[in-house]
Write a protein that binds this ligand. Structure first.
Ligand SMILES: Nc1ncnc2c1ncn2[C@@H]1O[C@H](COP(=O)(O)OP(=O)(O)OP(=O)(O)O)[C@@H](O)[C@H]1O
Ligand SMILES: [Mg+2]
Length: 199
């Protein structure tokens, strides 16, 4: 067990978005969360990662966490390369590892040619590649992905799944918010967030 959340609740004013959410993630597994727009999937991910606080409940997690938020948090005036440097520093990984990992990711997701471009000049899909790469940079044990392939072309989408399967085999626990039920067979478990609870 790498993540256990118990009895999470969160309201905004009178609106109870999350009522009572409990679940756990096992090492080497892929878990999907589905639910309609506004059902609270992103709020739940933010609480799990710790960028938002819950009203009630607890989250216990172990190991390094990688988080790919639904909306990329990137610096418009920095280049792709500069993002790798910045986030490597933030994660505390050394230059050698940073270089190796960023090369691997640029190559795997096929955007090495944009390495020296500023974010402001990149397409949405390419920005999303970087958003995902940042979550993967430090080789996390627990990966939280909020609609990570938004805007990906078909080839990149396939490469995304190749990569997550590779991570799963290495023991990574992956939690992924998705709308695509066609992905069912790729997931070990799937939850639906409905009326503030997981079913
Ligand atoms: N800071 C906030 N203040 C008030 N309401 C909020 C706030 N953040 C989120 N909400 C509300 O919480 C609900 C859940 O939002 P959330 O973004 O988690 O939905 P979602 O399931 O991720 O939807 P989508 O599929 O569109 O990404 C929405 O009704 C949203 O308006
Ligand atoms: Mg969302």
């Amino acid at each position: 067990m790498i993540l256990r959340s118990e009895h999470i609740a969160k309201s905004f004013g009178k609106k109870k978005v999350l009522k009572d959410i409990s679940f756990q993630l096992e090492v080497g597994s892929i878990t999907g969360i589905v639910g309609e727009n506004g059902s609270g999937k992103s709020v739940l991910m933010e609480i799990i990662v710790g960028v938002r606080s819950a009203d009630k409940g607890s989250v216990n997690k172990q190991g390094r966490i990688g988080y790919c938020p639904q909306r990329a948090v990137l610096f418009p005036q920095l280049t792709v390369h500069e993002h790798f440097i910045y986030f490597s520093e933030a994660y505390g990984i050394d230059n050698k590892q940073s270089k190796r990992r960023s090369e691997e990711l640029l190559h795997h997701f096929n955007y090495k040619k944009y390495q020296q471009e500023k974010i402001i000049n990149l397409s949405g899909g390419t920005q999303q590649k970087l958003n995902l790469s940042i979550a993967l940079l430090h080789e996390p044990d627990l990966l939280i992905l909020d609609e990570p392939y938004n805007g990906f072309d078909w080839d990149t989408y396939q490469r995304f799944w190749d990569y997550t399967n590779h991570l799963k085999k290495q023991g990574c626990a992956i939690l992924i918010v998705t709308h695509l039920l066609s992905e069912k067979e790729r997931l070990d478990r799937i939850y639906e967030l409905e009326n503030g609870i997981l079913v």
